[in-house]
Design a protein around this ligand. Structure first.
Ligand code: NAD
Length: 497
C-alpha cells in the first residue's frame, strides 16, 4: 500500500510556547541533568517554546558560581546535544540559567534559593534529579522555606522505591508536603513520540479497536534490549536487577498502554485509571514462566568485556541482567492472550519494541503452498521510532498466487513533509510539567500497584534460591527464554537495531 502524498497536507510541527516558569533542578550538576535535562531545555529554547523570562536554576552540592555553572551547561550542550550550537542562541539561553550551591540535607543555600524564587509570578517547578534518598529532605525543606505552595510542582525520578513498602513510604513522605496533582513521577518511556502515537492509532481509528482483544490477537511481545552492560553503575544495579530497574516501570507502563480500555477522555486521571485497572488485573507469574540471566564475559579481538559478575564485583551475585516472562491479564478483553516481556543488557542490538501478533485467518483459501500468514503490528520506540503493520499481499508477478508479508509504514514521517521535529522524551515531559499536564506521568497508586505485582515474583525466586543462568553477550538472552516461546509454539521477534 502506498501513501498518496498529494492528498496529504504538508505538516509542520507546531510549537506553542509554555507559560513563563522557574525550573529548579536539584542535582543540576549530575549526569542526568547534563545528558538530558539541560540539553533538552536548550532545544526547547531554540524551538521557541521557552519564554525569555523563564529561568533555569541549577541547585546542587557542587561548589560553583553562576559563571561556572553556565560554563558547565554550555559544555553539556555541546557534548550531548549540539557540538556547534549557534552562539547567539546559546548566550541568550545561558543568560536565563543561574545556580545555587545547596545542601538537601542541611541549611546551606536554602535562603538564597528562596530569595531567588520569591514573589515570582510564574509556574514554579522543582526537578528532583538526585538520589531518591534525598526526595524526602528536599520536599521537607521546600515546605520549610515556603516554596511548596499549592501551585508548585515537583518532578521525581526513578527508581520510585525498591518494593511496595518503600514506594508506599516514599508516597507517604511526599504526600506530607505536596498533593498528588503536584507530583510528576517521570518514566521517560511515556514521553516517546511513538507511545503517544500508539494511543492515537488505537483510539483515533475505527480499524484497530474491534480487533484489539483475545479473539483476534494471538499474543503480545514487549522487548527492551540494550547492548551496554552495567558499566560504572554495577554496585547500584546489583541491588536492583532487570525486574526492578526495567520491568516494574518501563515495561509495565508499555503493557498498560497496549492493554488498557479506551479511556472516556484523554485526560490525566481518565488515562491513568484505565492503566491502573490493567495492572490490577495482571495474573501472578508462575515460576516456570520466568527466565533470568546474567551476561557472560565477551572475549573480543581487542578488548575483553567483563561478565556481569565481574562488572558488579560479586562472584556470587544472584541479580539478573536479563529477564523474560509470560503473564496474562484476567479481564474480558484479554483472557487467554499471553503477554511476553523481556529485557536485558549486553544483548545483540539496542531495540525497544512492542509487537501485537494477530491470529491467522480462520481458513486459508489459497492452499497450503501459500504458507501461513499473520498480521503483525510493530511499535518501535528506539531506535527509529515508528509503527508498522505487516499485511499479507500477493507477491507481484506472473508466478501464480503466492503470498508475502509487507510492512505498511504508519509513521508517515515522509508523507507529513519530513519537517516533523524530533523531540526527546525528557523535553516533552518537562514541557508537560510546565503546562500542568500529568497524563504521561505515573500516579502514586499506579506505582504501588506495579510493585504489588512485582514483589511476590521477586520473593518467589529469592525463596527458591534461584540463580540466573549465563547468556552470551551479544545474544538475545538465555536459551530457556527461547524455550519459553517454543513451548507455546511461538517465537520472539528478532532483536534488530
Ligand atoms: P549523579 O550522581 O550524577 O548526580 C547527583 C546530583 O545530586 C549531583 O548534582 C549532586 O551534586 C547532587 N547531590 C548529591 N547530594 C546532594 C545533597 N546532599 N544536596 C544537594 N545536592 C546533592 O546522579 P544522576 O545520574 O544525575 O541521577 C539523578 C537521579 O536521576 C537519580 O535518582 C537517578 O536514579 C535518576 N536517573 C538517572 C538516570 C541517568 O541516566 N543518569 C536515568 C534515570 C534516572
Amino acid at each position: 500500500m502506498t501513501v498518496v502524498q498529494e492528498a496529504m497536507p504538508r505538516m509542520v510541527s507546531r510549537v506553542i510556547p509554555v507559560d513563563p516558569f522557574d525550573l529548579v533542578i536539584f542535582g543540576g550538576t549530575g549526569d542526568l541533568a547534563r545528558r538530558k535535562i539541560l540539553p533538552g531545555l536548550f532545544r526547547r529554547y531554540c524551538a521557541g517554546q521557552m519564554p525569555p523570562t523563564s529561568r533555569i536554576i541549577g541547585a546542587a552540592r557542587t561548589d560553583l558560581d553562576v559563571a561556572g555553572y553556565r560554563q558547565m551547561v554550555a559544555e553539556a550542550i555541546t557534548e550531548f546535544s549540539d557540538p556547534t550550537p549557534p552562539t547567539d542562541k546559546l548566550d541568550a539561553f545561558l543568560a536565563q540559567v543561574c545556580y545555587v550551591a545547596i545542601d538537601a540535607k542541611g541549611e546551606s543555600g536554602w535562603a538564597e534559593l528562596q530569595q531567588l524564587t520569591e514573589g515570582a509570578d510564574r509556574v514554579e517547578a522543582y526537578y528532583f534529579s538526585v538520589a531518591p534518598t534525598l526526595f524526602g529532605d528536599l520536599a521537607e525543606r521546600l515546605q520549610l522555606w515556603g516554596m511548596a505552595g499549592d501551585e508548585a510542582r515537583i518532578v521525581v525520578e526513578k527508581p520510585f522505591g525498591r518494593d511496595l513498602a518503600t514506594a508506599k513510604a516514599l508516597n507517604g513522605t511526599l504526600a506530607k508536603y505536596f498533593n498528588e496533582k503536584q507530583i510528576y513521577r517521570i518514566d521517560h518511556y511515556l514521553g516517546k513520540e511513538t507511545v503517544q502515537n500508539l494511543m492515537a492509532v488505537r483510539f483515533g481509528n475505527m480499524l484497530f479497536e474491534p480487533l484489539w482483544n483475545a479473539q483476534y490477537v494471538d499474543h503480545i511481545q514487549i522487548t527492551v534490549a540494550e547492548t551496554v552492560g552495567v558499566g560504572g553503575r554495577g554496585e547500584y544495579y546489583d541491588k536492583s536487577g532487570a525486574m526492578r530497574d526495567m520491568v516494574q516501570n518501563h515495561l509495565m507502563q508499555l503493557l498498560c498502554l497496549i492493554a488498557m480500555e479506551p479511556p472516556a477522555r484523554f485526560d490525566p486521571d481518565a488515562v491513568r485509571d484505565e492503566k491502573l485497572k490493567v495492572i490490577r488485573a495482571l495474573d501472578p507469574v508462575l515460576p516456570h514462566h520466568i527466565m533470568r540471566g546474567q551476561y557472560a564475559a565477551e572475549i573480543g579481538n581487542e578488548v575483553q568485556q567483563p561478565s556481569y559478575r565481574e562488572a558488579v564485583g560479586d562472584p556470587r551475585s544472584k541479580t539478573e541482567s536479563f529477564i523474560a516472562l509470560k503473564t496474562h491479564i484476567s479481564n474480558w478483553r484479554w483472557a487467554g492472550t499471553p503477554f511476553y516481556m523481556r529485557t536485558g543488557k549486553r544483548m545483540s542490538a539496542r531495540s525497544s519494541e512492542i509487537t501485537v501478533v494477530f491470529k491467522e485467518t480462520p481458513h486459508s483459501i489459497f492452499g497450503e503452498e501459500a504458507g501461513k500468514h499473520r498480521n503483525v503490528l510493530s511499535i518501535r520506540l528506539q531506535p527509529n521510532e515508528g509503527i508498522t503493520l505487516g499485511v499479507t499481499i500477493k507477491e507481484p508477478g506472473p508466478g501464480g498466487m503466492r503470498l508475502i508479508d509487507v510492512p505498511l509504514d504508519m509513521s508517515f514521517a515522509e508523507a507529513l513533509g519530513g519537517d516533523i521535529e524530533q523531540v526527546d522524551a525528557y523535553e516533552r515531559l518537562i514541557m508537560d510539567v510546565i503546562r500542568g499536564n500529568q497524563t504521561l506521568f505515573m500516579r502514586g497508586d499506579e506505582v504501588e500497584a506495579a510493585w504489588a505485582w512485582t514483589d511476590p515474583i521477586i520473593h518467589g525466586w529469592e525463596a527458591r534460591g534461584e540463580v540466573p543462568k549465563p547468556y552470551d553477550s551479544g545474544s538475545d538472552g538465555t536459551t530457556d527464554s527461547h524455550e519459553l516461546m517454543r513451548r507455546d509454539g511461538r517465537k520472539w521477534r528478532e532483536v534488530k537495531p
